[in-house]
Write a protein that binds this ligand. Structure first.
Ligand SMILES: Nc1ncnc2c1ncn2[C@@H]1O[C@H](COP(=O)(O)OP(=O)(O)O)[C@@H](O)[C@H]1O
Ligand SMILES: [Mg+2]
Length: 280
């Protein structure tokens, strides 16, 4: 029998296991495919994958396997454009602004000199982020000129993507942010991520707690999801002291383990329902 849904992964995390379990409970024929074992002949009709839920952790593997499958006519959640747009904080920033979604002010600088000049004129602290990245990695708070010089100089010696200096205002807010999981045009659950670390990522020790979903938040998240052409996404928001809610990131391969745990919402089951409804 051909699979109805394929989970494409490169690492099996709690999220992928939970999708498989939810499929078993619902009697859905689910195929687990390890992307590392995959070679996709781009000149041939693809195998039958049903709908693919893209779960690869590796940015490049994720993007390129989506491009190959989608190019061959396979429906992938999320689509290639979402991988490109949401996978890059600068691209996301531009699209959020175009869609009228509040987001932290940012500047992009293309050399150490222009980055330092910008910082001098805009003032400290600022946040520097790789345009592509996750789990808070290589994101730094630049408190003064000395730390900025050192951090930017080390980036000048890294892979070219790190030489695009994406600088954000440091948003004054409570010691938490919000992760809202969107399945289609609905926030199915949201959490506060409380942390003593200014980077509140769960991977860095953030503590999850259920977050009430407001209509303002939902409207903003729907716009953010559409801005990156997403189907199932995790929207990260902050409660800025002076601007109110701002969206700082949209995750196209979102983690949801802690959201399921604290909100007791069966997100994997909702994801599968959504994927199967798309096919009809
Ligand atoms: N401009 C900012 N001001 C204050 N805190 C920020 C800012 N940007 C990010 N953070 C904190 O850092 C965390 C990681 O940033 P994010 O842009 O989501 O990158 P990643 O893709 O690595 O998760 C956020 O969840 C938030 O807690
Ligand atoms: Mg994030």
């Amino acid at each position: 029998m051909s699979p109805k849904v394929t989970i494409l992964y490169d690492t099996i995390r709690w999220e992928e296991k939970a999708l498989l379990e939810a499929g078993k409970k619902k009697n859905i024929d689910i195929q687990m495919v390890d992307c590392k074992k995959l070679a996709i002949n781009l000149e041939k009709k693809p195998e039958d994958y049903g709908i693919v839920i893209q779960r690869c952790v590796s940015y490049y593997r994720n993007l390129h396997s989506t491009a190959a499958l989608e190019g061959l006519g396979v429906k992938v959640i999320n689509c290639l454009n979402t991988g490109i747009f949401a996978g890059n904080k600068l691209f996301t920033h531009m699209l959020l602004k175009k869609s009228g979604v509040p987001t932290p002010d940012a500047t992009v600088a293309f050399s150490k000199e222009s980055a330092l000049e910008t910082l001098e004129s805009q003032g400290y602290p600022r946040v520097i982020k790789p345009t592509v990245g996750s789990w808070g990695r290589l994101i730094s708070k630049l408190n003064d000129k000395d730390s900025a010089e050192g951090i930017i100089e080390s980036r000048e010696n890294m892979y070219p993507i790190y030489q695009v200096h994406y600088l954000e205002e440091f948003v004054a807010r409570p010691p938490r942010d919000i992760r809202a999981i969107m399945v289609g045009d609905k926030i199915v659950a949201a959490i506060y991520r409380n942390s003593e670390n200014w980077k509140t990522n769960m991977a860095l020790g953030g503590v999850a707690e259920p977050c009430p979903i407001t209509s303002e938040m939902e409207e903003m998240c729907i716009k953010a999801k559409h801005a990156v052409q997403g189907d199932i996404v995790g929207v990260d928001l902050m409660e800025s002291n002076d601007k109110g809610l701002v969206v700082h990131e949209v995750n196209n391969t979102t983690e949801y383990k802690n959201t399921v745990r604290v909100c007791e919402v069966d997100i994997p089951a909702l994801m599968l329902d959504y994927a199967l409804n798309l096919k009809q």
